[in-house]
Design a protein around this ligand. Structure first.
Ligand code: B16
Ligand code: MG
Length: 213
């Protein structure tokens, strides 16, 4: 095994924007009179904005046109971006910052592999705008996780092969994407329970134990 680079998922791994996604989707669902709870929200991890909306609309008896759906997705994103704009460097935990710094000092190259089109905004809010060697996100992919595209693009940007990269994920869809792309993976939370995860981990800082000898 020769891991030279690490590709991090963003939401649920580097920072906890999942609660802002929940608040924004909940506001939209309430306005439309559609049932939505934390359990449904869990199914949205790593899933693109439009695919997330389609999951939420499964609870509705109404059929919506593609035009209506893009208006709803825009509305949710407007609420979400307002919440993101309240984030600051204090939303980056000491654990994540120290672990990233230790991995960098150990010589690993690092990238982001996120489905979010708001990746750059989030990274700049939490003070990591300049930290990563590459950013592959919702703005450069055509297929969302569990498709491996976002990680394959990140590896390409780093000039590394998948078998030399570790993907760190919190979503089962992300572990599936890593597996299908030929990457090693470390899974946090529900991702730790995926049948194809290489290393289930409990905390982000476990990466030091795994990768630094
Ligand atoms: P946006 P990740 C994902 O981020 C989120 O987990 C998912 O809930 C969200 O729908 C998706 O990004 C798209 O986000 O609406 O900002 O483009 O986990 O892949 O970093
Ligand atoms: Mg995630």
């Amino acid at each position: 095994m020769n891991i030279r680079a690490i590709i991090f998922d963003l939401d649920g791994v580097i920072c906890f924007t999942d609660r802002y996604h929940y608040q924004a989707w909940k506001q939209l669902a309430d306005r439309l009179g559609i049932y939505f709870d934390e359990k449904i929200n869990n199914r949205l991890r790593g899933v693109s904005r439009m695919d997330s909306l389609n999951i939420i609309l499964e609870q509705s008896s109404k059929e919506y046109s593609e035009e209506e759906k893009s208006i709803f997705a825009e509305e949710k994103n407007g609420i979400y971006v307002k919440l993101l704009n309240q984030m600051s460097t204090s939303d980056l935990s000491d654990e994540v910052r120290e672990t990233l710094e230790a991995l960098r000092a150990a010589g690993y190259r690092m990238a982001i592999g996120s489905s979010s089109k708001n990746t750059k905004l989030i990274l700049s809010r939490i003070g990591l705008a300049q930290f990563f060697d590459a950013i592959s996100d919702g703005t450069n992919i055509t297929r969302s996780k569990p498709d491996p595209e976002v990680f394959l693009k990140a590896a390409e940007m780093l000039h590394e092969r998948p078998e030399n990269c570790l993907v760190v994920e919190d979503a089962k869809a992300g572990i599936q994407a890593a597996y299908d792309g030929g990457f090693y993976s470390a899974g946090l939370g529900e991702a730790a329970g995926h049948g194809h995860v290489t290393w289930p981990i409990k905390e982000f800082s476990d990466l030091k134990r795994l990768l630094i000898s």
